[in-house]
Design a protein around this ligand. Structure first.
Ligand SMILES: [Zn+2]
Length: 286
């Protein structure tokens, strides 16, 4: 699933091209992913493309917004003749090359002739029109925790939230109500950087450890943003390149390779925690 760096990368790409475009029509090629009344969108202009956690929010001229969640297999591709395409989301080009493809669910047509395609193989994602008031009471947006780069996400805040749960720290950091936007890759990377064992009960973390963990999370995410996110296959980010974070990852998908903190003979191990594969070094992560 795309995590904060991948969603932020596509957000930046779309924010460069969508503002000012006016919606001419919406095509729903499958009844499930589109939530709202498409007629209410026609004639509205895009003002900005924002992000909250892993949710993209395309803000419109009447203060309403189109919320897009890519979930496991969603993609967004913007295309205009004679312009570079903007694409991001699930790492498969197999349903980007010819559009609309059999996985295209929603198409937003703009008056300049450009189109925004929402592709989703497994149909978990959605495109939802939210009025300004609906956005204020949206069940996800009202519950989601602070963004990792916000001041509110402090060591004191994190320690206080973690104190309430005995779940392993790995599982707690995946909880979007504790912190927004983290997923499997960047939690493994952050815990390795902070030398914290993924199985540690969240409530056992001290404020001092949280003072290491919070900047570790920010460093990992900042590095991932510089690399345009992560890709394991033919994923293309918003500027038409692969996300290259995995080439500098220290824990994720490095099972059996030497720990970058400890060196030989200590290697990265892989276990399952909360149903998710978890990569760590048992020597330096305590
Ligand atoms: Zn180590």
């Amino acid at each position: 699933m795309p995590e904060l760096p991948e969603v932020e990368t596509i957000r930046r790409g779309l924010h460069n091209v969508l503002p000012g475009l006016v919606i001419a029509d919406i095509s729903c090629l499958h009844p499930k992913p589109f939530r709202g009344k498409k007629d209410a969108l026609i004639g509205l202009a895009v003002v900005a493309v924002e992000r909250r956690a892993k949710l993209l929010l395309i803000t419109l001229s009447d203060q309403s917004s189109i919320a897009v969640h890519l979930k496991m297999t969603g993609q967004l591709i913007w295309r205009r003749e004679n312009a570079a395409a903007v694409a991001g989301g699930h790492p498969s080009v197999s349903y980007i090359d010819h559009l609309p493809s059999k996985h295209t669910r929603v198409i937003i047509h703009f008056t300049d002739g450009s189109q925004l395609f929402f592709n989703d193989l497994r149909l978990f994602g959605y495109v939802e029109h939210l009025s300004a008031s609906a956005r204020l009471i949206h069940p996800f947006l009202t519950k989601v925790g602070p963004e990792p780069f916000d001041e509110e996400f402090s060591a004191e805040y994190l320690q206080r939230r973690l104190a309430r749960t005995s779940r392993p720290i790995k599982v707690a950091l995946l909880d979007q109500e504790i912190v927004a936007g983290l997923g499997n890759i960047y939690v493994d990377e952050s815990l390795h950087a902070a030398k914290i064992h993924p199985k540690r009960p969240a409530s056992s973390l001290t404020t001092a450890e949280c003072e290491v963990l919070v900047p570790a999370i920010r460093d990992v995410l900042a590095r991932a943003l510089l690399h345009g996110g992560s890709t394991e296959r033919d994923y293309r980010n918003a500027i038409g390149e692969k996300g290259t974070y995995l080439s500098v990852a220290v824990a994720y998908h490095r099972t059996g390779l030497p720990c970058t903190q400890c060196g030989e003979p200590y290697v990265i191990e892989r276990i399952k925690l909360g149903g998710r594969s978890t990569h760590f070094c048992a020597h330096c992560q305590r």
